[in-house]
Write a protein that binds this ligand. Structure first.
Ligand SMILES: *Cc1c(COP(=O)(O)O)cnc(C)c1O
Length: 362
């Protein structure tokens, strides 16, 4: 926590706003708008997954539709496609940002159009905080007139050409889950420059109640709004977002400075114009065997590290889904490792991680 979260939570108690609406929710949304830009509208929700679910519904996705989704991501990026009875079409990554390949994206769209079904939306992800190829992905989406749902769950504080992540899609989503760069313990947001999307999201997130003195419903609604208590945590967290980004980037820099000389270790570089919040610091090794050697040596020292996300087209639950892949994400999964990346790591802890890795490699 940053320091002032408890004050805002106390405010909720003192004013008896213990509800999924209230002054903290409004103020939290305002602080997100200040971060993303005044042209952006914000709906604070109960989770990033809820935001993805509403986002797909707002883009008109329904039963039997197809939605393109980056394969190299967390399962929550794709699960809401299934909630709506639609089908995910997984697309592999490129090697410069580890995110959705514009070339394979085009191939997937062209192939599905030939097959008689134009995808309803594209879910592109800024994985580990690294922006996807914004310009190239937007060009393909515009050419085929398919909207982008931008999964910015891991990328609050990241920018492309100084423009904040979360603002590049037709709709963007954020997550404030406990493991993200800032947190409300659990929470998320749907953001869009299109105000009607955000108004509709708030309507659907609050049980889709029509304007009537009694409870009247013409739509199926959801209970997805953010609690005013948790939004108090969010207000305090937004005040320290830039500190958190600096701390995560400093972790990454430390790993690069101390491990960069080893030929067995490769880091994901920021291409020109890209700024990553470095939510997690990841390394690539030459092989699965070396990756595992490092992971197990760290575990012996009671240090947890984790393989990169397992591509969704390889997940048992999605094994029947169509996919357009070239082996990139599979190779990243086999060779990659997320190192300890918390904003509160001490220099002694970082040193311990690096010493353990150096001992394995030398
Ligand atoms: C965390 C995460 C989500 C889901 O957010 P929740 O708030 O945990 O529901 C979606 N996509 C990605 C890429 C994530 O990392």
């Amino acid at each position: 926590m940053g320091g002032r979260e408890q004050n805002y939570v106390n405010e909720a108690f003192e004013t008896n706003w213990i509800a999924p609406l209230g002054p903290n929710v409004n103020a939290f949304e305002k602080s997100i708008r200040e971060e993303l830009g005044e042209s952006v509208n914000v709906a604070a929700l109960s989770s990033g997954t809820a935001a993805l679910h509403l986002g797909l519904e707002l883009l008109g996705v329904g039963k039997g539709d197809e939605v393109i989704c980056q394969s190299f991501t967390f399962s929550a990026s794709a699960n809401p496609i299934s909630y709506l009875g639609a089908e995910p079409i997984f697309v592999d990554s490129e090697t410069e940002t580890w995110n959705i390949s514009p070339i394979l994206l085009r191939k997937a769209i062209e192939s599905r159009i030939k097959g008689g079904k134009k995808p309803k939306a594209i879910i592109a992800v800024h994985l580990y905080g690294m922006p996807y190829k914004i310009t190239e992905v937007r060009a393909v989406a515009d050419e085929f007139q398919i909207p982008i749902l931008e999964d910015s769950a891991e990328a609050l504080g990241s920018t492309f050409q100084n423009i904040p992540c979360g603002t590049f899609g037709d709709i963007g989503i954020l997550s404030f889950n406990g493991n993200k760069i800032i947190t409300t313990s659990g929470g998320g947001a749907l953001v869009s420059k299109n105000k009607s999307y955000v108004e509709r999201a708030i309507f659907l997130a609050t049980q889709a109640r029509d304007d009537a003195p009694h409870y009247q419903h013409s739509n199926i609604g959801y209970n997805y709004r953010m609690s005013n208590v948790l939004a108090g945590i969010g207000r305090g967290q937004m005040e320290v977002l830039s500190d958190r980004v600096n701390a995560r980037r400093a972790n990454h820099q430390y790993y690069k400075d101390t491990l960069g000389q080893f030929k067995e270790i490769e880091f994901l570089r920021e291409p020109e114009g890209y700024f990553s919040n470095r939510w997690l610091s990841c390394i690539l090794t030459p092989s699965y065997e070396i990756r595992e050697k490092l992971r197990l040596a760290l575990l012996d020292e009671n240090v947890e590290s984790r393989p990169l996300w397992k591509p969704l087209h390889l997940q048992p639950v999605f094994k029947a889904s169509q996919h357009f892949v070239d082996g990139t994400s599979e190779s990243l999964f086999e060779r990659g490792l997320c190192l300890p990346s918390g904003s509160n790591l001490t220099s002694e802890e970082l040193e311990r991680v690096v010493t353990t890795i150096k001992n394995v490699l030398s």
